[in-house]
Design a protein around this ligand. Structure first.
Ligand code: PHE
Length: 344
C-alpha cells in the first residue's frame, strides 16, 4: 500500500505540474483528492490492515494529501496571477492619451450685442416688436414708399437694393425701418418698441462693409413727444453702452422718413478724438441715425400728426460691436473662425 501511495503521489504531482489551464488543475484535484478520488479509495481499504499498518499508511496518506493539496493551491495561485496580469494589461488606462474633448459653444458676439442693447432699451421702457412685423423679404412699398422715399430716390436703385425674382417689387429689406410701418399699422399710439434684425445691401464687401448686416430699429410715438425726448433716450443709451466717459454729439442729417434728422457720433475709441484712420481723422464715429417721425409717415399709417408725434432711430449692430471691442474687419463676424469667436 505504501508503494501504491508513492505511485499515486508521483503520478499526481506530474499531472498537477503539467496542468496548463485551471480546468486541467481542477480535473487533477478531482481525480486524486476528492471523495471519490484515488487517495480516498486507499483510505477506505485501511480497515483491512493491522493497527500498526493503519497508523503508518494513514499518516502517509495524510502526508500525500497535504503535499498534493498545497501543490495544487500553489499552481492555482500561479494561474490566478497570470489571469490577473492579462486582465490588468487589457484593461489598462493610458492617462497620457488625449481626453474626449468637447468644445463648448458660445453666443455669437453680434447676438451678445443685440441682447445687451435690447436689455438697455427694456430698462428704458421699450418692448421688443413681434418678429412678424419685421420680415427680411419685404416689399418696396413698406421698405421705401410708406417711409416717404420719393419714387426716384437713389437708395431704391439696383445698386443698393437686392431685388428678388418672387415679384417685381419684392426685395431683401435694406433697413429695419419698414418694421415701424408694420408696427404702426397694427397698433395705435402710444408705441414704444425696438426691433432687431438682419438687413441686406448690394455693396462690395470690404473690411468696413458687408452686404448682410444687422440693425436695431427703435420707435416711440405718443402725445407731446419732442426732439428733447429723443436726445435724452439716445444719450442715455450711449452712456450705458459705451460708458459715461465717452463724449457724444448730435449732427444734423437727412432721412426721408424723419424730420428733423440727426446722426449720433461717439468720440473715436481708437484715438480718443485725436483723429486716426478708423475715424478718418475726424475724431468721431457715427453710431446711429435718428429723427422725429415725418408727418407723412404718420399719415401713411393713419395716425394724425396734429395729435401725435414720435421719434425713430436705427443703429448698426456690427458697427457698435466693432467700436466696443476695437475690431477692425466686419468680415470676422461672418467667417465663423472659432479663434475669433471664442474671445467674446
Ligand atoms: N434706416 C436708417 C438707415 O438704415 C436709420 C434710421 C432709422 C434713421 C430710423 C432714422 C430713423 O440708415
Amino acid at each position: 500500500m505504501k508503494e501504491k501511495l508513492e505511485l499515486i503521489l508521483k503520478a499526481a504531482m506530474e499531472e498537477i505540474n503539467k496542468a496548463s489551464t485551471i480546468q486541467e488543475l481542477e480535473d487533477a484535484k478531482l481525480k486524486y483528492l476528492s471523495r471519490k478520488g484515488e487517495l480516498n479509495s486507499i483510505k477506505k481499504n485501511l480497515k483491512d490492515l493491522s493497527d500498526e499498518d493503519k497508523r503508518i499508511v494513514g499518516s502517509l496518506a495524510n502526508e500525500v494529501y497535504n503535499k498534493l493539496d498545497s501543490l495544487i493551491s500553489e499552481r492555482n495561485n500561479e494561474f490566478y496571477k497570470i489571469e490577473l496580469d492579462k486582465k490588468l494589461k487589457s484593461e489598462k488606462i493610458d492617462i497620457t492619451l488625449p481626453s474626449d474633448f468637447r468644445p463648448q459653444g458660445k453666443i455669437h458676439p453680434l447676438t451678445q450685442t443685440v441682447n445687451e442693447i435690447v436689455e438697455i432699451f427694456q430698462g428704458l421702457g421699450f418692448s421688443v416688436m413681434p418678429s412678424e412685423y419685421s420680415p427680411e423679404v419685404e416689399t418696396e412699398y413698406i421698405n421705401f414708399d410708406m417711409l416717404n422715399f420719393p419714387p426716384d430716390h437713389p437708395a431704391k436703385d439696383m445698386q443698393d437694393t437686392f431685388y428678388t425674382k418672387v415679384a417685381p417689387n419684392v426685395i431683401l429689406r435694406s433697413q429695419t425701418s419698414g418694421a415701424q410701418i408694420r408696427q404702426m399699422l397694427n397698433q395705435k399710439p402710444p408705441v414704444r418698441v425696438i426691433s432687431p434684425g438682419r438687413v441686406y445691401r448690394c455693396e462690395s464687401v470690404s473690411a468696413r462693409k458687408n452686404n448682410l448686416f444687422h440693425q436695431i430699429e427703435g420707435l416711440l410715438v405718443d402725445k407731446d413727444i419732442t426732439f428733447a425726448d429723443l436726445k435724452g433716450i439716445l444719450n442715455e443709451f450711449v452712456r450705458i453702452y459705451f460708458g459715461s466717459s465717452r463724449p457724444t454729439r448730435f449732427r444734423a442729417s437727412y432721412f426721408p422718413f424723419t424730420e428733423p434728422s440727426a446722426e449720433v457720433d461717439v468720440q473715436c475709441i481708437m484715438c480718443e478724438g485725436k483723429g486716426c484712420r478708423t475715424c478718418s481723422g475726424t475724431g468721431w464715429l457715427e453710431v446711429l441715425g435718428a429723427g422725429m417721425v415725418h408727418p407723412n409717415v404718420l399719415r401713411n399709417v393713419g395716425i394724425d400728426p396734429e395729435v401725435y408725434s414720435g421719434f425713430a432711430f436705427g443703429m448698426g449692430v456690427e458697427r457698435l460691436t466693432m467700436l466696443k471691442y476695437a475690431i477692425n474687419d466686419i468680415r470676422l463676424f461672418f467667417n465663423n473662425d472659432t479663434r475669433f469667436l471664442k474671445q467674446f
